[in-house]
Design a protein around this ligand. Structure first.
Ligand SMILES: Nc1ncnc2c1ncn2[C@@H]1O[C@H](COP(=O)(O)OP(=O)(O)OP(=O)(O)O)[C@@H](O)[C@H]1O
Ligand SMILES: [Mg+2]
Length: 259
């Protein structure tokens, strides 16, 4: 990546706090996303990664803290609010409708209606959704034998690809991905990582949560480290080693190779 110090962040979260009862899940975390980058958010189990991402994508509300997007302070009451800013999320459990086919899943909650009288009566424009879904997935390099088969019949990797394609189809600015390759084999993982690169190359920033450190270094431009609900280090991926990342996740070392 080019020198990130002169770039304006696309998203800047500061002092984010989230408590669940007595559990202090996120304790004043900061997080930064620059335009068009792949940034990994790493940290040990329970560090607060998923909780932080849920707050940045509108799924839950922070107790404290500020989120600045494109230079203006924002507050997301729900995922639809975040979507209006071009922010999409691939959650750990994917949230696909298993009995629907990939095209229907790509348009889930945003179905196209046919125009004219029929549209007014609420008929779905199935043909147009199928065509666009097929084009979108082929643009992203997602290959499915039968695009009309229910998602339940797809492999884990294919499901993951559909979830990523759906996010990529609607995202304009940022996609958050919570452990998108955790359940995948070597080949499928490669495909999903390739998909992530294509999304980034199309100008959309990707925030990747992963426990796979070699993968993090391979695919990311930058890495931010969360420990006990706070950011403890940031790295340029090209300047960091797996040992650097592991040390910062576990030792509470306050400075990584800071920019
Ligand atoms: N809905 C909830 N209710 C109560 N506690 C929660 C809830 N969600 C998360 N927590 C707690 O908040 C802390 C942070 O959890 P979170 O899921 O954000 O961690 P994580 O970094 O994503 O971990 P992992 O790598 O295991 O996915 C944990 O102690 C967890 O038990
Ligand atoms: Mg998590």
């Amino acid at each position: 990546m080019t020198d990130t110090t002169v770039r304006e962040p696309l998203l800047e979260a500061s002092g984010i706090v989230k408590n669940f009862g007595h559990v202090r899940a996120v304790r004043g975390a900061d997080f930064t996303v620059y335009p068009g980058e792949i940034v990994s958010l790493i940290g040990d189990n329970g560090a607060g990664k998923s909780t932080l991402v849920k707050m940045l994508s509108g799924a839950i509300r922070p107790d404290e803290g500020t989120i600045v997007f494109d230079g203006a302070r924002v507050s997301f009451g729900n995922p639809q609010d975040a979507r209006r800013y071009g922010i999409e999320t691939v959650y750990q459990d994917l949230a696909l409708a298993q009995d629907l086919d990939p095209a229907a899943n790509l348009y889930l909650g945003r179905e196209l209606l046919r125009g004219g009288l029929l549209g007014a009566l609420g008929f779905l424009d199935r043909r147009r959704m199928l065509d666009t879904a097929e084009r979108e997935m082929s643009d992203l390099g997602v290959k499915l034998k039968d695009i009309t088969a229910p998602v339940a019949e797809l492999s884990g990797g294919q499901k993951q690809s559909v979830a990523v394609a759906r996010a990529a189809m609607w995202a304009k600015r940022i996609i958050f991905m919570d452990e998108p390759t955790a359940a995948l084999g070597v080949v499928q993982t490669k495909q999903v990582l390739e998909l992530i690169r294509r999304v980034r190359d199309a100008g959309i920033a990707v925030v990747l949560i992963s426990h796979n450190m070699p993968q993090v270094l391979e695919v990311s431009d930058r890495v931010e480290v969360l420990r006990l609900g706070q950011r403890v280090a940031r790295f340029e991926a090209s300047e960091a080693t797996v040992e650097d990342l592991v040390a910062s996740m576990t030792s509470g070392e306050k400075e990584g190779k800071q920019r």
